[in-house]
Design a binder for this molecule. Sequence first.
Ligand code: ATP
Ligand code: MG
Length: 440
Amino acid sequence: MAERLTAVKGMNDILPAGVPRKEKLPDSALWRWFERTVDTVLTRHGYQYLLTPVVEPTALFVRGIGEATDIVEKEMYSWTDSMNGDALTLRPEITAGIVRAMVEHNALYNGPLRVWSLGPVFRHERPQKGRYRQFFQLDVEALGCAGPDVDAELILMVRSLWQALGLVIGQHVRLELNSLGQPEERAAHRGALVSYFEAHADQLDEDSRRRLQSNPLRILDSKNPALQALVEAAPKLFDHLGAESRAHLDSVRAVLDAAGLPYRINPRLVRGLDYYNLTVFEWVTDHLGSQGTVCGGGRYDGLFEQLGGKPTPAIGFGLGIERLLLLLQELALPVPAAAPDAYAVLGEGVALPRVLVLLDVLRTAGVSVLMHAGGKEGPGSMKSQFRRADACGARFALVFGADEVATDQVALKPLRDAAAVQTLLPMSQPDTWAALLRRP
Ligand code: ATP
Ligand code: MG
């Protein structure tokens, strides 16, 4: 036997429900239901779908995300193109690529755009539960809108998504909010921060000491437990915010308050990417251990210019799909079943063309039917076919038995309701069965 190959470490197979697997990961039925729910909620809010490449120029992320970030410093999959020497990178997030595309196509020529995308991103991190090297992000961006109206709308939209997924605010997920102000305010805060950390340089770890000059704000985002007390007592950006930044945050808060959405102002919320200003937020959960952030985002009014575009205000968020679905699984929230309406059981010697044509009519009428596919020798025993029908979760078996077919009939056998009885249906009018079979 040839040697078996396995997936790259930290990159997952998302398998159909019920299929055995090595790791605890969401199944594809849950995944697809999530995608459909997202589609419905976002479309309702006027967001349009868009796709950008998985591979981008390395410079896009170095300039866009910032040199002194975890992602750019140590998490990117980058290489040199062997044909032309271009520096390329597997995208570690989606926002920078979307902004590049908007600038490249002058896509905001006709005004603001609300867009979303969903796809794989890559970060060279240590794999663990909820942290992978390939993971999927839902990415949502409101482009060309200065807010604060759209900031609040975006956050409330996430609440709608949680509600559609069955998540309870406060119990399963909660909102943290902060303002990062404007570059001048950050500069003033930065001065205060550098003085503070310099005075306590002996307590800093290696990463933080390096960032003290390059990007001291990021020290606040450190995950090192030894630094938490020091970080807690550090000067707060919040205290350096000017009147306009405060007013922006107050307007966002006024909407959230009016909508009855509780949140916590977290002055230490700085986000892992450099491009944010004003509103930043995270949705966190206590049910996933240390990988508790399921969704994070904020305003990035400077990014378009940084990437060679015209000044363009914008806000967006990224949501980690695996993490969110792990949460749904952990909570065992009810998810609509993906089982077919009916399983077609075939008697020995029944003419296949007739069966397949009938099933075709049913499917066109909106019924989902799984046909038993036997071997070369025929469909196999009725008993084994009924076993499969039961295992796939279908509500009915549609039995094309030799006796029934001989009298131009098909038997409809309910599989989930012990009290229900089998009925016979005329083969000549399959479109009339559809109403019986379709999920109510
Ligand atoms: P963390 O602090 O957990 O590293 P982050 O700030 O790096 O998260 P973002 O860049 O904001 O994360 O990405 C958006 C979302 O993507 C996160 O909120 C999280 O749900 C998810 N995510 C981030 N990194 C990973 C990963 N390695 N594996 C799976 N999901 C991830
Ligand atoms: Mg990270």
